[in-house]
Design a protein around this ligand. Structure first.
Ligand SMILES: *[C@@H]1O[C@H](CO)[C@@H](O)[C@H](O)[C@H]1NC(C)=O
Length: 498
């Protein structure tokens, strides 16, 4: 069918007219440039920051110019770009480093609101001294809240990284630049520690109607919608953190045009959050990294390890089913109980002595357990059909994770037979990959090349072109409204752009 259309088109559009059309468009294009350059010197509606050449000068660095820093994508085999894989692998073997496309790090320019400290470090009982609402990151940084709070601490690491980007010593490895004039920014960062606000203040005092968390979110909406930057874009170029699945439950309904940084989409309707618009960030693992892991397939006695709460609502029913299927296998560890109390040490020992670690959907599709498993080099077995994974546009998880659809996993003997069929060679391959990718999921201050903080900024940077597209589309009618009739003065912007 398409062939027929193409051949009939050929008849209509003759070569001659094609040539004429091409010449005319080229001519008109050149003319328009000529007039533009004459009238303004430099076309101001074109964002020069986004033109490859201007961006390459200052804000894109190539790792080949940075020999003392380890390659951020240590092993390119896990990155989805196969052409570059072969090239860089062979060049690294020869001792040289070739600049491949993956070596280009685009550094987003970020404007951060100087919001009152009650929205961020004030939640950590830090008090500003002097005029600045920010801690001086060259001196001591405030500590984050401990325990389970840490798994959602991305808000803390990202904000610190923005602050540190202004210090010259840190500039070598930076993947974000703070700009003070929002007109220069690619994105606007909203430094609200929403996960901490949820963890600390989600319970209302008996004599108050609303929880502190709810009130802070209301304050946030009020603050944001009053800002020039928000009004200018309708929030479309804003980045908002909502890593804890229960954080921002109230405000997100008003702030959804922004890009959210989330752990998954479990509690989000598709018009509020999506893979296209938003960024999935890893949990910070609670189990410490397995340094100098000298284990192997045979030295890890447990075949399959799971520790978690038994009954969770929503997607969590599969846990119960799997428990009954697996509980009588003698090399399977399946126990219930959250990791909270003395659990971290035990879970750490358990994961480090297991070949495979189960990740079953809980009340949300994602959980910290996956990142604990990666840190323990225990090959994750993921049974969570709705899970979204961090950086999946550049990471191929099938290289180091096993995915099993829930409908198969709950069939009698299916899972255990499947896991047993994975031999030493295959397992060792995945175990090696885990050691190569683990640093993508590590949060550091100062951030390190290719760690979770920098990977998140890179993921945000990859959203920038789509954000620009939306903003420019919105502007179509804003300069010269087609009608000045009463009531038509403001052209409504499409609300359901996504
Ligand atoms: C920010 O940049 C814009 C565009 O370059 C400029 O017009 C404006 O004056 C700047 N604002 C400040 C406060 O410097």
């Amino acid at each position: 069918m398409p062939d027929r259309i193409a051949s009939s088109l050929k008849g209509v559009v003759s070569r001659k007219s094609m040539f004429f059309f091409f010449t005319m468009t080229s001519f008109l294009f050149l003319m328009s440039w000529f007039f533009l350059l004459r009238s303004t010197g430099r076309p101001h509606f074109i964002d020069h920051n986004l033109l490859p050449n201007s961006k390459l000068d200052g804000t894109t660095k190539s790792q080949t110019q940075n020999p003392n820093v380890e390659s951020s994508f240590g092993n390119r085999a896990i990155l989805v770009d196969s052409e570059d894989v072969e090239e860089s692998e062979s060049s690294e073997k020869n001792g040289g480093r070739k600049c491949s496309r993956n070596d280009q790090v685009i550094v987003p320019k970020v404007f951060m609101y100087d919001m009152p400290s009650e929205f961020h470090f004030g939640l950590l009982d830090w008090k500003p001294s002097g005029k600045s609402v920010w801690p001086d990151v060259r001196a001591a940084i405030p500590g984050y809240a401990g325990g389970l709070n840490l798994q959602h601490s991305i808000e803390f690491w990202l904000t610190l990284d923005i602050l540190a980007s202004e210090i010259s010593q840190a500039s070598k490895a930076r993947t974000v630049i703070r700009v003070r004039n929002s007109s220069d920014a690619d994105i606007v960062f909203v430094p609200f520690f929403s996960s901490l606000s949820y963890n600390k203040y989600s319970k209302a005092n008996p004599h108050e109607k609303k929880s502190g968390n709810k009130m802070l979110q209301e304050k946030l909406v009020k603050y944001l919608t009053a800002q020039e930057e928000w009004k200018r874009s309708g929030g479309k170029d804003h980045v908002i953190l909502a890593h804890h699945p229960n954080s921002m439950l109230d405000a997100r309904m008003q702030l959804w045009p922004a890009t959210f940084i989330l752990s998954d989409f479990g509690r989000y309707p598709p018009n509020i959050a999506s893979v296209e618009k938003d960024v999935i960030a890893p949990y910070k693992h609670l189990i410490s990294s397995y340094v100098n892991d000298a284990s192997n397939f045979d030295s890890r006695p447990t075949l399959l390890y799971f520790q978690g709460a038994i009954y969770r609502k929503d997607g969590g029913w599969a846990r119960q089913e799997l428990y009954y299927l697996l509980k009588d296998e003698n090399d399977v560890h399946f126990s219930f109980g959250s990791i909270q109390k003395d659990g971290v040490k035990k879970a750490s020992e358990g994961m480090r002595s297991s070949k495979f670690c189960l990740n079953i959907a809980g009340d949300t599709p994602s959980s910290n357990r996956l990142f604990d498993a990666i840190a323990s080099h225990c090959v994750p077995v993921i049974i969570s059909d709705e899970i979204e994974l961090p950086f999946e546009d550049v990471l191929d998880y099938s290289e180091f994770c096993i995915f099993v659809p829930t409908r198969d996993a709950i069939k009698e003997k299916f899972l255990i037979n499947f896991i047993r069929s994975i031999g030493k060679k295959e397992w060792t391959r995945m175990w090696n990959k885990l050691k190569e990718v683990e640093h993508f999921f590590e949060y550091h201050f100062p951030s390190k090349e290719g760690d979770a903080v920098q990977m998140i900024w890179q993921a945000v940077a990859r959203k920038v072109p789509a954000i620009r597209l939306k903003l420019n589309k919105d502007r179509r009618f804003s300069r010269f409204p087609p009608s000045t009739e009463k009531g038509l003065k403001s052209i409504p912007t499409p609300r359901n752009f996504w």
